[in-house]
Design a protein around this ligand. Structure first.
Ligand SMILES: C[S@@+](CC[C@H](N)C(=O)[O-])C[C@H]1O[C@@H](n2cnc3c(N)ncnc32)[C@H](O)[C@@H]1O
Length: 401
């Protein structure tokens, strides 16, 4: 194990390897982000960690946990940090707000904005802010301003920002983020949508925000006034499987669904190739109000009660005591893996047919990266109902091209 004490000679080489890996993974696409990641000594922000782990492209380090052991702050993986910096398209001289501190990402942003730009990083946890301040000073990034506060309310006293990068999982977009964004600004936010997270780069269009890109991501949840507890409805005994949904009013027929799982399953091949699972997941969740994330414990996968997809979490269409979800099967005829629908319950045929219809629609019309446009329409403005996800301060509307 190489530690920080004997690291100085090795870290530039480790950074160069990490940058190559991040380029190969498609996380880094510009020389400017590559240069920033090559420059900032990531290990100095987590000095007690093995260097190999710190410089692994996809490795996050937990910095703090709450009393229940849940992570409340982490050094995010270099992969998602690079993805979000590319989404932000930061150029020299910009003013950038980072929501959620740690120090490392703010140092990367400082490299991107240069001496003429400004970086403000805000964290709700004074301990994390102090730690970030100390790390930044020790590496020479005194020019980054670190403040303590609940970012739900923006950063009072600061002018508008050209970029706002949120590094905690947000359930909603509070009005303060829109008002503190410069007119041609860009907000990059990991937004929770029906139990999944996508890092979305938004630009303003009148009162609305419209996506220019979105990518798969996951983050520790936002705390403070904007925190939101998603509901997982337990269905199986002792929470062995359940359904995650945003909709508090949704009536889950738990005992009927439990009974449905005991009945023989219906399996229907879709004839469509299975790929781009993250795009398909977003499409399915956004295309049906009764589509929600199904999660099952590993024991139920081992017992073959559920297909493996349920272990990772999969969109399920739920109607009363019946439900359908998707899995994949090897099938050379479709060129690799085929999507297969599994359905249970008295209306298995009906929910399977609905699910198959959505899969075929996606495969025919939208099966590519970036086919969705995600809009955020604040409360008080006319929002569509199709593909709409209600939030406290507005509506997320997703359309597919
Ligand atoms: C993933 S960590 C940030 C990582 C950091 N950007 C880095 O470079 O390593 C998320 C942070 O968001 C902070 N946070 C959560 N809710 C917040 C809120 N409402 N306002 C400000 N910070 C918040 C947490 O305290 C946590 O430190």
């Amino acid at each position: 194990m190489t530690t920080v004490r004997d690291s100085e000679d090795f870290s530039p080489a480790l950074r160069a390897t990490m940058v190559n890996d991040l380029r190969a993974m498609g996380a880094i696409t510009s020389d400017r982000v590559a240069h920033a990641v090559s420059t900032v000594p990531r290990h100095r922000f987590v000095p007690d960690q093995p260097l190999e782990a710190v410089y692994a492209a996809d490795h996050a380090v937990v910095i703090k946990r709450d009393d229940q052991g849940t992570a409340t702050s982490s050094l995010s993986s270099a992969h998602i940090q690079s993805v979000m910096l590319e989404q932000a398209e930061i150029t020299p001289g910009m003013r950038v707000l980072e929501i959620g501190s740690g120090g490392y990402n703010a140092a990367l942003i400082a490299e991107l904005v240069g001496d003429d730009g400004a970086v403000v990083s805000v964290d709700i946890d004074p301990q994390i802010a102090d730690r970030a301040r100390a790390c930044l000073n020790s590496v020479g990034y005194e020019r980054v301003k670190v403040v303590v506060g609940d970012a739900e309310h923006g950063v009072p006293g600061e002018d508008a920002f050209d970029r706002i990068i949120v590094t905690a999982g947000a359930w909603d977009i509070p009005p303060a983020w829109r008002t503190q964004l410069a007119p041609a600004g860009r907000l990059v936010v990991p937004l929770r949508l029906k139990g999944i997270t996508r890092s979305i780069a938004f630009e303003t269009e009148g009162e609305e925000l419209t996506s220019v890109s979105y990518r798969l991501s996951g983050f520790v949840p936002m705390q403070g006034d904007g925190q939101h507890h998603e509901r997982v409805y337990p269905v199986g005994d002792h929470g062995s499987w359940g359904l995650r949904t945003d909709d508090d009013t949704f009536d889950i027929a738990a005992s009927e669904l439990r009974a449905a799982l005991e009945r023989p399953r219906l399996e229907q091949p879709s004839g469509t190739v299975f790929d781009l699972p993250d795009e398909l997941e977003l499409f399915l969740l956004a295309s049906h109000p009764q589509m929600m994330m199904l999660h099952a414990r590993p024991t139920l996968i081992e017992q073959r009660a559920f297909a493996a997809s349920a272990g990772r979490g999969v969109p399920a269409l739920v109607r009363g005591g019946s439900f359908a979800y998707r899995t994949k099967r090897e099938n050379a005829d479709v060129g690799g893996f085929e999507t297969v629908v599994i359905a249970h319950g008295p209306a298995a045929e009906q929910v399977a047919a609905e699910y198959l219809g959505l899969l075929r629609c996606w495969a025919r019309d939208h099966r590519r990266r970036g086919a969705a446009t995600i809009r955020y329409i604040p409360v008080g403005h006319l929002a569509p109902t199709d593909g709409a996800i209600s939030k406290r301060h507005g509506t997320v509307a997703i359309t597919w091209h």
